[in-house]
Design a protein around this ligand. Structure first.
Ligand SMILES: NC(=O)C1=CN([C@@H]2O[C@H](COP(=O)(O)OP(=O)(O)OC[C@H]3O[C@@H](n4cnc5c(N)ncnc54)[C@H](OP(=O)(O)O)[C@@H]3O)[C@@H](O)[C@H]2O)C=CC1
Ligand SMILES: O=C(O)C1=N[C@H](C(=O)O)C[C@H](O)C1
Length: 232
């Protein structure tokens, strides 16, 4: 039986706990803020909380040599670097969006944006509930990187190294209101024509299902950095 520890007891953390238990996983502990119990026996830590908890989570997974599913957004560049470094020591599964639809969206953009980027202006819009703490969303930054790997967000989200100093050229527009679970739209504005691709999350369950699938996947992997692409 997979033993998991959850960091974050909010909207995501509580749904992960409920779903994991329904799927027969053992939820060893749920931490509201950081991990302070180094005596736990755990296979995977799942963090959907706040960037302030990162240091204690990294300290824990390095000590225990257990896998980490990391979904918290709003990290600084230094925090992202230190998160990625831990993948030298443990299996790390990191994504700003654990839904299957956004994983496919990302692949569509990587394939088709090169056909559009010279003649079309590209803009990203994201809409989220009024409780969301960070803006722009982690997903919006990830989609910008898929549109243009040389955009400044590559430095943060790209898989390969960043060397250039280009200005950020793709606009990201953030709206906050009500209970929207997450909407991302990419617009391609051309001369007298507009193409748009949109993903709507109707429930947080899609992120939770993706994160738990990732937990089952990553626990059997060697140390390294894994993403939704590896699971498709
Ligand atoms: N990758 C993905 O697919 C997804 C990622 N997310 C991300 O997951 C994270 C959590 O989202 P959600 O569950 O909706 O958020 P909630 O606000 O519902 O829960 C956040 C959790 O983090 C804790 N927390 C809040 N502020 C701090 C702080 N300053 N220091 C330490 N802990 C803190 C909260 O504790 P308390 O309640 O006591 O403040 C709570 O346990 C966000 O970064 C969000 O963007 C969300 C959905 C999908
Ligand atoms: O905070 C949220 O709710 C979400 N956050 C993630 C993000 O910042 O991209 C993923 C999803 O859109 C929901």
């Amino acid at each position: 039986m997979l033993k998991i520890a959850i960091v974050g007891t909010g909207k995501m953390g509580s749904l992960i706990k409920e779903t994991a238990q329904n799927q027969g996983m053992e939820v060893v502990h749920c931490f509201e803020k950081g991990i302070d119990d180094h005596c736990m026996d755990v296979d995977v830590v799942i963090d959907f909380s706040h960037p302030n908890n990162l240091a204690s989570v990294l300290n824990f997974v390095k000590t225990k040599k257990c896998a980490l599913i990391y979904g918290t957004t709003g990290l600084s560049e230094n925090q992202i670097d230190s998160l990625k470094q831990v993948s030298d020591e443990i299996p790390l599964f990191y994504s700003a969006n654990f839904s299957y639809g956004i994983a496919v969206f990302e692949q569509i953009l990587k394939q088709f944006a090169p056909l559009l980027k010279n003649d079309f202006d590209m803009e990203v819009q994201e809409i989220h509930h009024n409780q969301k703490q960070d803006a722009p969303s982690g997903t919006a930054k990830m989609l910008v990187n898929a549109l243009d790997p040389e955009d400044e967000y590559t430095k943060v989200y790209g898989r390969s190294g960043f060397t250039g100093k280009r200005q950020h050229e793709i606009g990201i527009h953030s709206l906050r209101g009500g209970t929207v679970a997450g909407e991302h739209t990419v617009y391609f504005f051309g001369d007298n024509e507009t193409l748009e691709i949109k993903h709507s999350a109707n429930s947080r369950q899609i992120f939770v299902n993706g994160a738990l699938k990732a937990a089952k996947f990553v626990v059997n992997q060697k140390p390294g950095l894994y993403s939704m692409e590896d699971m498709m």
